[in-house]
Design a protein around this ligand. Structure first.
Ligand code: ATP
Length: 229
């Protein structure tokens, strides 16, 4: 279980998250939605333990989310931490050397699904292929929580649907929870069990997708248009 209790995050004197309290149960696919600058990435970074709240607490399976939480949380790392001269295969091996839970066989399958060339150097990859590599490196860890920040950004619209579906097939919902942010809610909403909607740093709503369908006969994208426009 991910639990945020009265979490506020400030950068200098700007409050980017305000008094957020929420829980994310295990075994779910959850979207974090909201306008640009509403705090989606900041929320994920707090859960990943790479950033700490100014006040309030964030716990994952009862443990405070700090840098050590990386043992149960896989966060879509920036490729900046990988040497640009690494090939795709070397980046996989490097990830395996950093994380004992990195499943090389699964990584290999995802690499094929993503149509990544194992011999290509990171510095030579296009933006879309760098995005695919990031998805593979994040998803191949056998951890309870996988956090992906804008996994679809930079991906060609023609392949997004198949990549999203493929991605989900590698999440084991008996033991894993996936949280992801996306600007294109309509592209991921059929996969989501629930969503967390932020507005100007405040928690606007958390809901089950089914509950939204049943109570308001709306899809998330329709609800967002109605709410935010
Ligand atoms: N390291 C930082 N230092 C200062 N301000 C920051 C930092 N990180 C984020 N912010 C600010 O926090 C606010 C929320 O940013 P965040 O990236 O979390 O929003 P977001 O909802 O993910 O945005 P987008 O949809 O544009 O990706 C923004 O105003 C941003 O400028």
């Amino acid at each position: 279980m991910i639990r945020m209790t009265n979490v506020t995050k400030k950068y200098r004197n700007q409050t980017v998250l305000k008094d957020i309290s929420l829980t994310v149960p295990p075994g779910k696919i959850i979207g974090i939605v909201g306008r640009n600058g509403s705090g989606k990435s900041t929320l994920l970074r707090l859960i990943s333990g790479l950033s700490l709240p100014t006040s309030g607490s964030v716990t994952v399976n009862g443990e405070t989310a700090n840098r050590r939480i990386g043992k149960v949380v896989s966060y879509s790392a920036e490729l900046g931490s990988f040497y640009p001269i690494f090939t795709v295969r070397e980046a996989m091996r490097f990830q395996a050397s950093q994380f004992a839970d990195f499943n090389l066989a699964k990584a290999d399958e995802i690499m094929k699904l993503m149509q990544l060339d194992p011999h290509m150097k990171i510095k030579a990859l296009s933006k879309g292929h760098r995005g695919r590599l990031q998805i593979m490196l994040t998803l191949a860890r056998e951890v309870p929580y996988i956090l992906m920040d804008e996994p679809l950004s930079g991906l060609d619209p023609m392949v997004r649907e198949s990549i999203v579906k493929g991605m989900i097939s590698y999440v084991d919902l008996k033991s894993q929870t996936l949280l992801m942010t996306s600007h294109e809610v309509s592209e991921i909403e059929t996969l989501l069990d629930g969503f967390i909607a932020l507005h100007d740093g405040s928690l606007h709503r958390t809901a089950d997708v089914e509950e939204l369908h049943e109570s308001e006969a709306l899809r998330i994208s329709e609800w967002m248009k109605k709410t935010y426009l």
